[in-house]
Design a protein around this ligand. Structure first.
Ligand SMILES: Nc1ncnc2c1ncn2[C@@H]1O[C@H](COP(=O)(O)OP(=O)(O)OP(=O)(O)O)[C@@H](O)[C@H]1O
Ligand SMILES: [Mg+2]
Length: 173
């Protein structure tokens, strides 16, 4: 698959917009935190599929009235995509298994085939990115214990180097 420079923040916003109705149906506060232009080398078709799978999970497993937040951040040589929710969360133990094909969580009482995150991991690999789903760091002020963060860490796009200026030859020495 061809990887071309693309703005992951803009792509994320476009995909999030397509989930707004589904979020409203469940009274989930679906947020997108704007980051400005953040370039990676990516395949837009595959990345849409990846983000769709992550948002599908976040909105499916988070109960009515919950909150889901999507964001992208540039961190030096890396670009981090996060989908955070305040749903049931997952244990450290489960977080090692959820990317396996056909793995479905104990508490997954909603339908699914267990393939969403396996596909996410494959798409991450195509982009030399690392995918994880971890319990969310607790914010004591919020008094919220649960929830998880899906995080994909991509290598940032490197702009081509400026050609080195050769010193101008002014004559014969
Ligand atoms: N945001 C989340 N919160 C809690 N558990 C999650 C979350 N995302 C994934 N999981 C757990 O990881 C399991 C695997 O997720 P995955 O997307 O691979 O499959 P699925 O959602 O069960 O089925 P589908 O193939 O329809 O996506 C889920 O069954 C669920 O237990
Ligand atoms: Mg899924």
């Amino acid at each position: 698959q061809a990887l071309l420079p693309l703005d992951l923040d803009q792509l994320l916003r476009e995909v999030v917009e397509t989930w707004v109705i589904r979020a409203l149906d469940k009274r989930i506060d679906l947020g997108y935190e704007h980051a400005g232009k953040v370039l990676i080398d990516g395949n837009a078709f595959l990345l849409r599929e990846m983000i769709n799978n992550l948002l599908d999970n976040a909105l499916r497993y988070t109960p009515v009235g919950g909150r889901v937040t999507a964001r992208v951040a540039a961190l030096g040589d890396f670009v981090v995509l996060e989908i955070e929710d305040n749903g049931p969360g997952i244990s450290e133990d489960e977080s090692l298994k959820v990317f396996d094909r056909f793995y479905r969580g104990e508490g997954a009482d909603v339908e699914g085939s267990g393939l969403g995150l396996a596909i996410v991991r494959e798409i991450a690999e195509v982009h030399k990115a690392a995918a994880s789903l971890r319990p969310r760091a607790r914010n004591p002020a919020e008094g919220e214990a649960a929830g998880c963060v899906a995080r994909i860490v991509f290598p940032a796009h490197r702009p081509p180097r400026e050609p080195v200026q050769e010193p101008v030859q002014t004559g014969f020495a």
